[in-house]
Design a protein around this ligand. Structure first.
Ligand SMILES: [Zn+2]
Length: 449
C-alpha cells in the first residue's frame, strides 16, 4: 500500500498560530467525477471538488483550480469518508486477553496497526465506545500514526458485576485491596463504580481523559462474564448522576442496553444513544423516535455464529444466540417507526474479525436502500457525533458530507455505491483513493486501466 505522506497538507488557516500565505496551502482538485454528497439521492455528475488545506472549498463543474494537484475521478464515485458509530480500537482481542493477559505496549502497537487498517477500509471518523484510546487518538491527530479521527469515550462506566466488569477470577480479590487496583481500571478500560458518589467521580475521571461522550453499561451483555442478559444495571439515581456530569460538560451519555427496562431507565436519565437494543419493544422504540434518541444496532455482528467468534460452548456463546434471534425484528421495527439509526459495527478483536466491519454494508441491505445505508455511514452518523457539542474534537469543518466547508475526508470508489453499497465490502479492490483531513493516504488510481 502506498502512503502519500509527502502530500501532507498545511492547515488553510494557521500553523502554530501564524497565518499562512495562500500560496503555501496545498490544493488538490478531484475532477470529472460522480459525487455522492452524503445526503442527496442523486449523484452530481461530472463534478470537480476542490480541497485547500484540510477543507473542501468548492464543489462544481469545471472549477478553476490553478496549480492544484489534479486527480482524475472519471469512472469513479466520490463519497465522503466513512464513519462507524461503535468501535473499540484498543480491544484487539477478547476482553479477558486484551485487558488482563497482553502487555500494554503490545496492545498499543497492535491497536495502531488496526487503526491504520480501519482507515484503509475507508473509515475516516469513528466513535470509540470504550477503552483506553486517548493516546492512540493523540498519535493519529499528530500525524504520527495513520488512523481515523476518533471520538473517544475512554473508560466504560459499569457497576460491579455489570457489562463492563471483565475481571478474571484470579484477580477478582483485588477489589478487597484498594491499594492494588484491577488492571481493567488501572489501564483505563472500565471504571467499576457503585453508588452516586462513585459514579459521579467515575464520570469526572472519564471526562478528564478527553472523552467526547460517556459510555455507560446499563444492562447485561454478551462479552462479559457476570451479567445475565436480562439484568438491569445501575439505579435511576446513579444514572441521573452520570448524565448530569455529561450535561455539565456539554455532552451526552451513550448506553449499552438490551432490554426495555434498561433502555427506559437510561432515557429517563437523559441518555441519547442506545447501543444494540435487541429486545426493545415497539413502545420503547416509539419513545426513542419521539424523543430523538438514537438506536445503534449491529446487523452483521448479530448474523455471526458463536463459532465464528470463537466463543462456542461458553456462557457468552449461548448469550449471543439469544441476542441474534431478536436482532432482525428490532431493526425492522425501528425503521418502520422512524427511529434515528446509527451505522456501527462493534467489531473488535484480532484483525480477521475487525475486517468484518466492511461487511456491515451488505448486511444492511435486507432492511435499507443503498442510499439510506450510505447516508447512515456518512451524514447520519455525523449528526449523532454532533451530540458531543463542545466536546466534539473535530469542529473546524462538517463531517460526513461533500460541500464547501466540510473536512476533506474523501473516497473514490470503483462502481456506484448508491446502486450497490456492497462494493464497500471489498475496500482493497474497490476503494482506490482515500483522503483524510486533506492528506492522501491511499492512491491506486494510476494502477487501474
Ligand atoms: Zn461495544
Amino acid at each position: 500500500m502506498k502512503i502519500f505522506a509527502m502530500l501532507a497538507l498545511v492547515s488553510a488557516a494557521t500553523v502554530a498560530g501564524v497565518a499562512v500565505a495562500e500560496q503555501d496551502v496545498r490544493r488538490v482538485v478531484i475532477q470529472n467525477t460522480a459525487v455522492f454528497d452524503g445526503e442527496s439521492k442523486e449523484l452530481l455528475r461530472d463534478h470537480d471538488v476542490l480541497v485547500e488545506g484540510r477543507l473542501i472549498t468548492a464543489v462544481g463543474r469545471n472549477l478553476e483550480a490553478g496549480d492544484a494537484t489534479t486527480i482524475d475521478g472519471r469512472s469513479y464515485t466520490l463519497i465522503p469518508g466513512l464513519t462507524d458509530a461503535h468501535v473499540h480500537l484498543t480491544l484487539i482481542d477478547k476482553p479477558e486477553i486484551a485487558i488482563f493477559k497482553n502487555d500494554w505496549v503490545f496492545n498499543g502497537a497492535v491497536a495502531a496497526k488496526m487503526a491504520e487498517q480501519m482507515l484503509m477500509r475507508g473509515f475516516t471518523t469513528v466513535r470509540d465506545l470504550g477503552g483506553p484510546v486517548a493516546g492512540l487518538k493523540k498519535a493519529i491527530d499528530q500525524g504520527l500514526v495513520l488512523g481515523p479521527r476518533i471520538l473517544p469515550s475512554g473508560p466504560l462506566i459499569s457497576q460491579t458485576s455489570g457489562h463492563g466488569d471483565f475481571e478474571i477470577t484470579d484477580q477478582y480479590l483485588a477489589h478487597a485491596f484498594p491499594d492494588t487496583p484491577s488492571k481493567q481500571e488501572l489501564f483505563g478500560w472500565s471504571f467499576l463504580a457503585d453508588g452516586v458518589p462513585e459514579v459521579t467521580k467515575a464520570a469526572r475521571l472519564v471526562l478528564r481523559t478527553g472523552a467526547s461522550q460517556i459510555k455507560v453499561m446499563v444492562g447485561g451483555g454478551v462479552s462479559s462474564p457476570y451479567d445475565p442478559l436480562d439484568a438491569s444495571q445501575y439505579s435511576p439515581e446513579e444514572l441521573r448522576a452520570i448524565a448530569a456530569e455529561a450535561a455539565n460538560w456539554g455532552t451526552y451519555v451513550s448506553v449499552h442496553a438490551f432490554t426495555d427496562a434498561a433502555a427506559n431507565r437510561a432515557m429517563d436519565a437523559g441518555a441519547k444513544s442506545i447501543e444494540h437494543g435487541p429486545f426493545l419493544s415497539r413502545g420503547t422504540l416509539q419513545r426513542m423516535a419521539a424523543e430523538g434518541v438514537w438506536l445503534s444496532p449491529q446487523i452483521f455482528l448479530t448474523a455471526l455464529t458463536p463459532e465464528q467468534l470463537g466463543i462456542e460452548g461458553t456462557p457468552n456463546g449461548s448469550k449471543m444466540e439469544k441476542v441474534n434471534e431478536n436482532s432482525t425484528r428490532v431493526v425492522e421495527l425501528a425503521r418502520e417507526l422512524g427511529v434515528d439509526i446509527a451505522w456501527g459495527t462493534d467489531t473488535f478483536g484480532p484483525a480477521d474479525l475487525q475486517q468484518n466491519q466492511s461487511r456491515e454494508f451488505a448486511a444492511r441491505r435486507q432492511f435499507f436502500s443503498d442510499v439510506e445505508i450510505l447516508r447512515q455511514a456518512t451524514s447520519g452518523n455525523a449528526r449523532l457525533f454532533a451530540l458531543a457539542g463542545e466536546r466534539h474534537p473535530y469542529r473546524d469543518g462538517a463531517l460526513g458530507v461533500i460541500r464547501p466547508g466540510a473536512y476533506a475526508d474523501l473516497l473514490l470508489v470503483k462502481g456506484d455505491p448508491t446502486q450497490d453499497v456492497a462494493v464497500l465490502g471489498a475496500p482493497d479492490a474497490n476503494i482506490h483513493f482515500i483522503m483524510k483531513d486533506g492528506v492522501i493516504v491511499k492512491n491506486t488510481l494510476l494502477a487501474q486501466p
